[in-house]
Design a protein around this ligand. Structure first.
Ligand code: 8YV
Length: 346
């Protein structure tokens, strides 16, 4: 008798024509509508699955995989994977994959767009105009901050941070960065970026962009004390994860004139945004869309599908998913054949 085909759960509607590729190898259960799941619903969906394709909406930890005896791989559609408890997945021998690289340039574009909208008050100005406040042209309307000639600080200098630094050169900005580890000198030269300590980054930046992964260590890295070290004329832009910022402290600094403006694409309790931020005029708020160009979102789903197919042992890359997250940890634990082959490929 033929082996039963692996079962795969797709948690949200993605692009049908791309997700369809899974059907060649797997039995697919895909959400027909955007869904918000309780932990119990996620656990139930994973219980009979061999693989899952999920987004940042689905938080998966020990409880959600406790009954998932067959589960071998979770393919996350996104480069950030703080929705997954990697320790719990390691312990259960489950591979996680993410979608780096394919979203780098699109996300860096957006970081710059949000920075410009924030510094030059673009959305605030439009709102003001639409509300009928523009009665007469005036020299002092919507005065903002320049990008050219200013100092751009980048906190988190991975692929996306480097993409932003490369763009900043076109605006004649001085670029400073802080990162867990310093970049090789040739990369620093290519990005025209200088490494500084965290405190110096805060103190010197005219515009500070957050592009670092969220973890327990980076939780509220921008808190009241960090904000107090920034220039009162500075702008803060967050395209990484909401949990990096203490949002009430940010709202307080913005309301009190201790920070000029903020551009936020991500929120600690998203999709909820705290009322203190919603009430402010000097904040640009977007709904977590930094990677949302059609081409890039399609590429992300396609890479996640490739990961899933390969991790389940099919296709040209069988056993070697292109972008594993915890393959090395699984291999070190001698836990999964997938882990070993994927680690070698990386
Ligand atoms: C994704 C993101 O849209 O890649 C990331 O980490 O935050 C976004 O680009 C999101 O993860 C979708 O699940």
């Amino acid at each position: 008798m033929a082996e039963p085909r692996p079962r795969v759960w797709v948690s949200q509607p993605l692009f049908d024509d791309i997700v369809e590729r899974l059907g060649e190898y797997c039995q697919v259960t895909a959400a027909a509508e955007v869904a918000e799941y309780s932990p119990a619903q996620i656990a139930a969906a994973l219980a009979g699955a061999d693989g899952a394709l999920v987004t940042l909406n689905e938080r998966i930890g020990a409880a959600e995989i406790a009954a998932a005896a067959r589960l071998r791989v979770i393919a996350n559609v996104g480069v950030g994977y703080n929705n997954l408890d990697i320790g719990a997945l390691n312990a259960a021998g489950i591979l996680a994959t993410n979608t780096p690289d394919v979203l780098t340039e699109t996300t860096a574009d957006f970081g710059f767009a949000l920075l410009m909208a924030t510094a030059r008050r673009i959305t605030e100005a439009e709102r003001w105009l639409r509300e009928g406040h523009w009665q007469q042209w005036s020299f002092s309307t919507m005065l903002g901050a320049d990008l050219h000639g200013s100092t751009l600080g980048i906190l988190g200098m991975g692929r996306i941070g480097q993409g932003i630094a490369r763009r900043a050169a076109g605006f004649d900005m001085r670029v400073l960065y802080h990162n867990r580890s310093r970049l090789p000198q040739d990369t620093e030269r290519e990005c025209r970026a200088a490494y500084v300590g965290f405190d110096e980054l805060l103190a010197q930046s005219d515009h500070l962009l957050l592009v670092l992964p969220y973890s327990l260590q980076s939780h509220h890295i921008i808190d009241a004390a960090a904000l107090a070290q920034m220039k009162p004329t500075a702008t803060l832009v967050n395209i990484a994860r909401g949990g990096l910022v203490d949002e009430p402290a940010l709202a307080d600094a913005l309301a009190g004139g201790r920070l000029a403006a903020a551009g936020l694409d991500v929120y600690e309790g998203e999709p909820a945004v705290i009322p203190e931020l919603l009430a402010l005029r000097n904040v640009v708020l977007t709904p977590h869309i930094a990677s949302a160009s059609l081409a890039t979102r399609r590429a992300m789903v396609s890479l996640a599908v490739d990961n899933l197919i390969a991790a389940l042992g099919f296709g040209a890359d069988a056993g070697r998913p292109p972008t594993p997250v915890n393959a090395a940890a699984l291999a070190a634990a001698g836990n999964a054949a997938i882990g070993k082959t994927a680690a070698i490929k990386r």
